[in-house]
Design a protein around this ligand. Structure first.
Ligand code: NAD
Length: 493
């Protein structure tokens, strides 16, 4: 199943849902097209699940839970090893699927699939990760043990921008910990998630351990309200993260909700200019700026401003924008025509507010994508004021604002004024500057001479402030803690 049409005149295939080990095409009232953003073609149609289908998915997961919870962690780990092998075998196919429904370049898609596989590798450590603790003689003749047990049914709600990696942040760790799972991929990029689930079944996941439903707010609300869902992992925009956090908590559920971002890149006068420009351009324009770790504000310190802005413009102007499958392309399209138009309006308002538009992505010289694609080129504003809209809002497109400041203290103050706190980077040759930055900056993922400071799978994805609602982050030991409950046993014999 899930064979996608390759010819223009074939009807776009329905994206199936997975409930209790069976792939079904829901009898939906509402369908949304899935596009290839580089061509504008409809490549599939996604049926939005009804309330009854959402309930059926949760019930299938609840039914599978008691048996799955009793499978020894070492056997759950073996499922992860088999899954990893299958993901490796289908690596190129998965990367191509990401490029096709998201638009990012194949190189970026391969990077994303690799980061996702690393989470499966981490989850295969379940027997060790789930080890408890024991203390003999907490009182005379009394011992205490702490064991980690799964929660039950967990729901995962994903954004469009990492169609492979973010589902893989969630269900492998949850399932390796002994939970069963209902995955709700983004309705804009559901195809890779379906393929990931097919491969999970092929690896031997018992029916009902992983279920997949599609849709938008109604489906999310159904998951948040269902009494059998014990925990919710969410990744998406800030307003929805805040909503999901509050709503899941209202229903008594454990929740981690990762939200949007506005990441600052501080460039010191002593930075290695060539390496810094390459990092900043990669950070701001990689995946067309549609990453929660994208650098979107450069804070240029002292006299680095003029040479830095000149070099950034030169490098960004030369990026080839086009279809991600073309090996010469550096940057793909944005996800939808509406996203392109929203970004263009931000550019317009930035100009009106008085920032200096030094590179205008609405007229990119190296655009070679098909006419129907959702194109907008790299854009750079200079002399942006920190309180301006383009410096504060998450634009989620290839738009970089440069703020000029006299010193590091002011740069840190500017970054800390942001309501977001996902990531921040400094570019410098000074250990003292790097230390001051590390110490004072109010963000959870920091780069020192690194443009995209993404933690590896065995660390937490640790956003702060309005970039994260919850206590335990995704992946790493936080992920294991999030998907387990501790049980204390005190015994005297
Ligand atoms: P989005 O918030 O529009 O959608 C995310 C998910 O929520 C989707 O599954 C969608 O169906 C659902 N949803 C949308 N509106 C909803 C509503 N009103 N009520 C309930 N559910 C709703 O996000 P997106 O545009 O798909 O993804 C991009 C966003 O995700 C950006 O803001 C980006 O920064 C963020 N993101 C954050 C991280 C992180 O780690 N912090 C990682 C990736 C993406």
């Amino acid at each position: 199943m899930a064979q996608l049409p390759l010819e223009r005149d074939e009807p776009a295939a329905a994206v199936p849902a997975l409930i209790g080990g069976k792939w079904i095409t829901p009898a939906a009232q509402r369908w949304e097209p899935v596009y290839n953003p580089a061509t504008g073609e409809v490549i599939a149609r996604v049926p939005f699940a009804t309330g009854a289908e959402v309930a059926a998915a949760v019930e299938a997961a609840a039914k599978a839970y008691p048996a799955w919870r009793r499978v020894p962690p070492v056997e759950r780990a073996r499922l992860m090893f088999r899954y990893k092998e299958l993901l490796e075998k289908h690596f190129e196919e998965l990367a191509l699927s990401v490029t096709r429904e998201h638009g990012k370049t194949l190189a970026e898609a391969r990077g994303e699939v690799r980061r996702g596989i690393e989470v499966v590798e981490f989850a295969a450590g379940a027997p060790t990760l789930l080890l408890g603790e024991m203390a003999e003689d907490v009182a005379r003749g009394v011992d205490s043990e702490m064991v980690r047990v799964p929660l039950g049914v967990v729901a995962g709600i994903c954004p469009f921008n990492f169609p492979a990696m973010i589902p893989l942040w969630m269900f492998p760790i949850a399932v390796a910990c002994g939970n069963t799972f209902v995955l709700k991929p983004s309705e804009r990029t559901p195809l890779t998630a379906v393929r990931l689930a097919e491969l999970f079944l092929e690896a031997g996941a018992p029916e009902g351990v992983l279920n997949v439903v599609h849709g938008g707010r109604d489906v999310v609300d159904g998951l948040l309200a269902h009494p059998d869902v014990k925990a919710v992992s969410f990744v998406g925009s800030q307003p929805v993260a805040q909503y999901v956090y509050a709503e899941a908590a209202r229903h008594g559920k454990r929740v981690q909700a990762l939200g949007g971002a506005k990441n600052h890149l501080v460039v010191m006068p002593d930075a290695d200019l060539e390496a810094t420009v390459a990092s900043v351009v990669g950070s701001a324009f990689g995946s067309a700026g549609q990453r929660c770790l994208a650098g979107s504000v450069v804070v240029a310190v002292g006299d680095v401003g003029d040479p830095l802005v000149g070099a950034l413009c030169e490098a960004a102007r030369n990026l080839v924008v086009g279809e991600g499958t073309d090996p010469e392309v550096d940057m793909g399209p944005v996800i939808r025509a509406e996203a392109r138009d929203r970004i263009a309006r931000y550019i317009e308002r930035g100009v009106r507010a008085g920032a200096s538009l030094v590179l205008d992505g609405r007229r990119h010289p190296h655009l070679r994508g098909p006419a129907g694609g959702f194109w907008i080129g790299p854009t750079i504003f200079d002399h942006v004021r920190p309180e301006q809209e383009i410096a504060c809002d998450e634009i989620f497109g290839p738009v970089l604002s440069v703020i000029r400041v006299p010193d590091l203290d002011t740069a840190i103050d500017v970054a800390n004024r942001s309501r977001f706190g996902n990531a921040a980077s400094i570019f410098t040759r000074s250990g003292a500057a790097a230390r001051t930055f590390r110490y004072r900056i109010e963000a959870g993922m920091l780069g020192i001479n690194i443009g995209v400071a993404a933690p590896m799978a065995w660390f937490p994805f640790s956003g702060w402030k309005a970039s994260f609602y919850g206590d335990l982050h995704a992946t790493g030991k936080d992920g294991v803690r999030f998907y387990t409950e501790v049980k204390m046993v005190t015994s005297r014999w």
